[in-house]
Ligand binder design. Sequence first.
Ligand code: IPD
Ligand code: CA
Length: 288
Amino acid sequence: MSGADVPPGTGAEPHGFPLDELLRIARMAADGAATLITDRRPEHLGVTQKSTETDHVTEMDTAAERLIREVLAQHRPADAVLGEEFGGEISPDGVTWIVDPIDGTTNYLYDHPGYAVSVAAWNGAIPLVGVVADPTHRRTYHARLGGGAWCSDPQDPAGPVRRLSLGKPRPLPQMLIATGFGYEPARRAVQGRVVAELLPQVRDIRRMGAAALDMCSVAAGRVDAYYEAGLSVWDLAAGRLIASEAGATVEAIEGGEVRPGSVLVCHPERVGELRALLHRCGVSPIDV
Ligand code: IPD
Ligand code: CA
């Protein structure tokens, strides 16, 4: 996939950044890495353990981040880069690229559908553009601040590029809610207790395994809402913009500005009810 099918900008460039150009570069990087991890997937993945016995990094995570960094260095050499595998910092001014080379590493490890490459450009704490490339389904989600959320999918009978927009919200008991769990066993025990309370009060729960895709799934109407505590900034850097540009409310679970430790993505007309329900189920933020 190329950046050629990005819908044209409005001409307005909030914050003075060339958003169309940043989006084009983000797509080049994300789609390139998505092709790499799919086409070059080795038969035996070189796997290294990270924070816990089940938190892994594969040789393809590092190869994908390297490729993304090369694209960024070529086109935006002066920008800061923060990536899951090679680190970095968010610059208070200018552009910072925030990269998750494979979100859903466990799925990737098992060759289970539902992993993605996530590339975002921020100015300070403001997301400017976000791209989430889902190679299993050949979809690339993308958004530019103020420009709406889009999904490029060459196999979509409705057309290769579709604007994403939230439909009419379902009542709370009919909502399909996505969530995710951290890697640390004690944290998972707490998150599991919240899900046990929530499960009988909504349609169902989905734990798909890639936070970036969970947020895109809200934007595309494949789930009704998503919440998670204890993410890292690269997990949500692109997905949060795609969801908000599709019309979702993206806030902290307890309200206020979203942050990695506390993420709630929901239709604006249901966010208050869902927040109250999650609170009754005992959810709490996890800031590390
Ligand atoms: C993980 C996934 C998962 C979420 C975890 C994340 P990784 O990212 O997004 O869905 O529940 O909190 O750490 O490790 O696959 O890049
Ligand atoms: Ca991730």
